[in-house]
Design a protein around this ligand. Sequence first.
Ligand code: ZN
Ligand code: ZN
Length: 586
Amino acid sequence: MKLRYLPLLALLAAALPACHPADRPAARPTADARFEAFKTRFIADLWREDPGLASAQGYHKYDSLLVIPDSVQRRRAAVFGEKSLGALAAFPLDSLAPGNRIDHRLLANYLRSARWQDDTLRAWQWNPAAYNLGAGIGELLNGHHFGLDRRLRNISDQLNHATEYYSAAKGNLRRPTQEHTRLAIKQNEGGLAVLGPALADSVRRSGLSAREKKELADRIATARLAIESYVAFLKTDVLGAHRFRSFRIGRALFDRKFAFDIQSRFSAAEVYQQAQKHKAELLRDMGRRAARLFPKYLPGQPVPADTLRLIRAVVGQLTLKHAPRDGFVDAVKRQIPALVAFVNDHKLLTQDPGKPLVVRETPLYMRGSGAGASVSAPGPYDKGANTYYNVEPLPAAWTAAQAESYLREYNDYTLQILNIHEAIPGHYTQLVYANRSPSLVKSIFGNGAMVEGWAVYTERMMLEQGYGQNTDEMWLLWDKWNLRVTLNTILDRAVQVDNIAEKDAVALLEREGFQEKAEAEGKWLRATLSQVQLSSYFAGYTEIYALRDELKQRRGKAFDLKAFHEQFLSYGSAPVKYIRELMLRE
Ligand code: ZN
Ligand code: ZN
């Protein structure tokens, strides 16, 4: 039984003496050492090629560089990609240790995906929102890596190329989509705000010389003109001409993008089928639980004959239990120690007491994105920094009705599931483990489906272990929550491949997802602007759950949940299919 899963490396080592000179018995460490050197070189080169990505990852050497997105740049990127893929091919996968083998595949996938995006998907032609100088400048301005003067000098250097940047943007566009054009107008108008009074204020109180200040002020004025001219171009030449392409990318591009972005062992069509099946299972479970709960919450009332209406009625009662408007952040804070204790008591995985999670109110400059809670984790170049759980208090401007709708969405049950997902043992815990895996490649090119899949997996796993006392109430709202990621996957393909109409999509989310109209309409918009990302949660979750079942079956009584979790997380943010290969080999 063990032999079948003998590690490939062991087989390889046995075979080596036959095909290599006898004086080189240590061929594997040599290949790995050479590969480590290659990775370091490659990342250093990549940062120069893509300063924006470098900056976002916390590497600030090239903060003063603005890449002009023209054909010269695309040719340069293509050459860099070809050269890097060639260098990668000099390392046969079999010659590398498991961790490096995953890195090799992540790099190859990244490079091929970048080529495919430039040559085939060509969003640079149809997505005007790809060009937004203000966003990058805002990041530089709010960054904490350098003092104010250095940040302003970097901003000045970038703004010096604003006119070229936007003229390249205009030159790239060929019949963009209406949806991305509207987004680009909104975001670039937001970008203008970045180049407004706050920046001028920073310049005034900086230590820049009078000449530098004057130069920067001129560059800001020129950049504002460039942005205004781009916005006017989008409004008049693009929207006014009414010549758009569809935002739907179609089957061939969607399937390929899915393969690059998700890196699943299942195809896009297979994951869609799994989601349809799972949706039916969730609705069946909801019907059973709602029928049991109905007399408790709506005693004496006639039970609706229609199952979807029955579920809606009971969910409507359960969501009445929620935090008070001014107590939302406190409610989250109170739950974290309970989650930590539950994970310890039930031996679900080892937590690192040296890295406590800091719960804070979301800083002002991060608010308003619509994410009520998020984790801010230190990047790969900043590992010692704090990890924050940002929780946004309800905006004071909200009406009572808006606040009530939000608080009901994050009711007492769902809020616990959200905390599991975002914090413990979801995203936060996974990040702590990932940071222990020393691979920079996995930190930078980590797999989003694995990261989101893990967070979704832990929601169900915690409830299965008895968190929430196994009540119908808790499970019913978990069903609803899980239905959301399941429907995200269905919607993604229905919109991008199957041409579903907006009214049918919104009706689906309202009727079978029990979503409010505003939520459903927001989801429609997101499904028109992005492709595949909405599928990542369910795809990762399903693959992790299937892997756990596979290992349970294989190991029988010897299966240990804690060991499974710790081993699974030990590989860093790698695609589940590669983790699976390594775990099945044991
Ligand atoms: Zn209420
Ligand atoms: Zn998440």
